[in-house]
Design a protein around this ligand. Structure first.
Ligand SMILES: [Zn+2]
Length: 406
């Protein structure tokens, strides 16, 4: 990306740590300059009002937004959909794929990622170690957190699973996860996860399909009060329950304070688990809802994009949310679900930003081709799209106003 680094302005001595974003449009319609320094937003002023004694980036024609975050990725299996034969879990392969997937997601605008990684079976802790290695190599570009996803936690095999889960947390998995639905004793599984999380002060992020209201109610009751918080997802099964039943389940989720991370791109499980959680019903009940990308070109979704703006687009086009609500689900909502500090385009907030070519949020969700991503006050990725029409198309376009006048 030879043109991605900002050029220092002429004249005064450049402050190498600071960066001035010039002429950016905000969602409230203002056009502003934004000065970044020390990883934070230092100042926001009307365009031209801030002295450019530092590197600058021209954001004329771009809408500047708090950066999205990816609350539900699968770094250990990402980018395996095209490869023939069984998926390789050799540490070097997992690390390469997890790194490549994280960079793709960063290019889309997600400056923080939460990646679920399976532990146990023959692979043991190898894939987790590889994802943690990717996390270290990506430092400064994108913040990556690993969720340890144990297989069995009950019965005879459960003891091994529990020991491995504790080791995973000691190794650096920042979040305790898992799939209670897949254990013969879902309640026992969830209890164990919550216990380990409480022991280590970790957040919890559990997979559930959400199509069993009694199980979901037990999960909500257990999760209530656990700090620093419990996330459930993708809960697509809720959409298949009768409306009244789903609404009651949503009320219980709201009362327990859990966050539901839905995956509008279709989920991360098998075909029978496809679909998306009923976001409007959940929001109406007062449930905190965020959205993520889920599977990124693995067997669950060979065409997965891992693009937060696509998730927001689907929440708006399929889920019936307004553009602002849809974007909040992949940005503020996702950051909150991940326990990250709030971002606003105001002085004092973290400089985690996404500039997208366009004027308004709805247009940006419709056609988000060109993007500039800022992490910790630095431009870390830039995507530029150029569209050119053939000469006759240009001639037709030039004729349009004339025909309109006649
Ligand atoms: Zn998943």
């Amino acid at each position: 990306m030879p043109d991605s680094q900002p050029q220092p302005s002429d004249g005064a001595t450049a402050d190498t740590s600071a960066l001035l974003l010039c002429g950016a449009r905000l969602t409230d319609g203002r056009t502003v300059d934004v000065r970044l320094g020390g990883g934070r937003i230092e100042a926001v002023g009307t365009a031209g009002s801030l002295t450019p004694h530092c590197a600058r980036v021209d954001l004329n024609g771009y809408l500047l937004l708090p950066a999205p975050a990816e609350p539900h990725a699968h770094g250990d299996t990402a980018l395996t959909g095209d490869s023939p034969g069984p998926v390789s879990y050799a540490p070097e392969d997992v690390q390469r794929r997890a790194t490549e997937a994280a960079l793709l997601q960063l290019g889309h605008g997600a400056t923080a990622l939460r990646s679920h990684v399976r532990i146990g079976d023959v692979q043991g802790l190898g894939p987790l170690e590889a994802v943690l290695q990717a996390r270290r190599s990506l430092r400064g570009l994108v913040d990556l957190t690993a969720v340890a996803v144990p297989r069995r936690l009950t019965g005879l095999a459960g003891a091994d699973g529990l020991a491995m889960l504790r080791d995973a947390v000691k190794m650096g998995a920042g979040v305790v996860g898992g799939c209670p639905d897949a254990d013969p004793d879902p309640t026992g599984y969830a209890e164990t996860v919550l216990e380990v999380a409480a022991e280590h002060g970790c957040p919890v992020d559990l997979h559930t399909h959400g199509d069993d209201p009694a199980r979901l109610a037990r999960l909500a009751a257990m999760a209530g009060g656990l700090r620093p918080g419990v996330v459930l997802g993708p809960c697509a099964g809720l959409a298949r329950l009768p409306h009244e039943v789903a609404a009651r389940a949503a009320e219980r989720l709201a009362a327990s304070g859990v966050t539901v991370v839905c995956l509008p791109q279709g989920g991360c499980g098998g075909m029978e688990l496809r679909g998306s959680a009923p976001v409007r019903l959940l929001r109406a009940a007062g449930v905190r809802v965020a959205a993520g990308g889920g599977a990124l070109r693995d067997v669950s979704n060979p065409v997965g994009r891992g693009d937060p703006l696509e998730a927001a687009y689907l929440l708006a086009s399929q889920g019936g949310l307004r553009a602002q609500e849809a974007y909040e689900a992949v940005a503020a909502g996702a950051r909150e679900a991940m326990g990250l500090p709030e971002v606003r385009v105001e002085a004092g907030f973290p400089a985690e930003l996404l500039a997208v070519r366009g004027e308004r949020l709805a247009g940006v969700l419709s056609l988000a081709y060109s993007r500039i991503v800022v992490h910790r006050g630095r431009v870390v990725a830039r995507t530029s799209a150029v569209r050119e029409y053939c000469d006759s198309a240009v001639a037709v376009a030039l004729e349009l106003p004339r025909q309109g006048r006649s």
